[in-house]
Design a protein around this ligand. Structure first.
Ligand code: SAH
Length: 213
């Protein structure tokens, strides 16, 4: 086996051992190479199961956490998905393999531009990336079947709850930014919302307004 194939096998093994068992999610994570989403100094660590620094003081999430969040979102091929917190674009790329359409927003213009370039390079034509404060969602494209927030909010943002379809699912890390947070799954019903607490996580905070770069 060549080095790249062995690295990939090891990568998938780590995902499975941490509880990523959904076949479609594992296939998407096999297909989307994390390498291009990690640039510069840390590129050689792209296949480790660890978060890594990216531009604008942000991080690309740990692969097993990406897998577990994606699995918790229960994406189907007909879904229109909103991701808040594009970061490197890695999570959006995984979602694009599972969903019909993916919209992703980040408050840093520079991250959105870099992610768009990778989506184009990989021919991921069903993702649209926006520079925006994603806590307000994306009114023009609402409602969404699925919403994934990849930054920690103190509470699930109201506008995002409002933009979730009946029967829709949102996964969001909730808690103070400097503490351990809980990953919450919100399911919308005819008459309200159900909340499930899934696991402890640690994400950068969901901030207000646009970034300087
Ligand atoms: N999903 C990313 C990792 C996200 S890190 C990946 O796969 O690489 C969290 C991201 O959320 C950061 O890029 C940060 O800029 C962004 N963010 C924080 N607050 C935000 C807000 N209000 N609206 C949009 N993006 C936000």
């Amino acid at each position: 086996m060549d080095a790249a194939a062995e690295r990939k096998m090891q990568f998938l093994y780590q995902l499975r051992s941490k509880g990523v068992t959904d076949k479609a999610v594992l296939l998407a994570m096999e297909k989307i190479d994390r390498g291009p989403f990690v640039q510069g100094l840390f590129a050689e660590r792209a296949y480790e199961d660890t978060p890594l620094p990216i531009a604008c003081g942000q991080t690309i999430s740990q692969p097993s956490v990406v897998g577990l969040m994606t699995q918790a979102l229960k994406v189907t091929p007909r879904d229109k998905v909103l991701e808040v917190g594009t970061g490197s674009g890695y999570q959006a790329a995984i979602l694009s393999c599972l969903a019909r359409r993916v919209y992703t927003a980040d408050r840093h213009r520079r991250l959105v531009h870099a992610a768009r370039a990778i989506f184009a390079e990989l021919d991921l034509v069903n993702i649209t990336a926006f520079t925006a404060d994603g806590s307000y969602g994306l009114k023009e494209q609402a409602p969404f079947d699925r919403i994934l927030v990849t930054a920690a909010a103190e509470d699930p943002p109201g506008p995002l709850l409002a933009q979730l379809k009946i029967g829709g699912i949102m996964v969001v890390p909730v808690g103070q930014s400097d503490a351990v947070q809980s990953l919450i799954r919100v399911t919308r019903h005819e008459r309200g919302f159900d909340y499930d607490e899934l696991r402890p996580v640690r994400f950068v905070p969901l901030l207000e307004g646009l970034g300087d770069t």
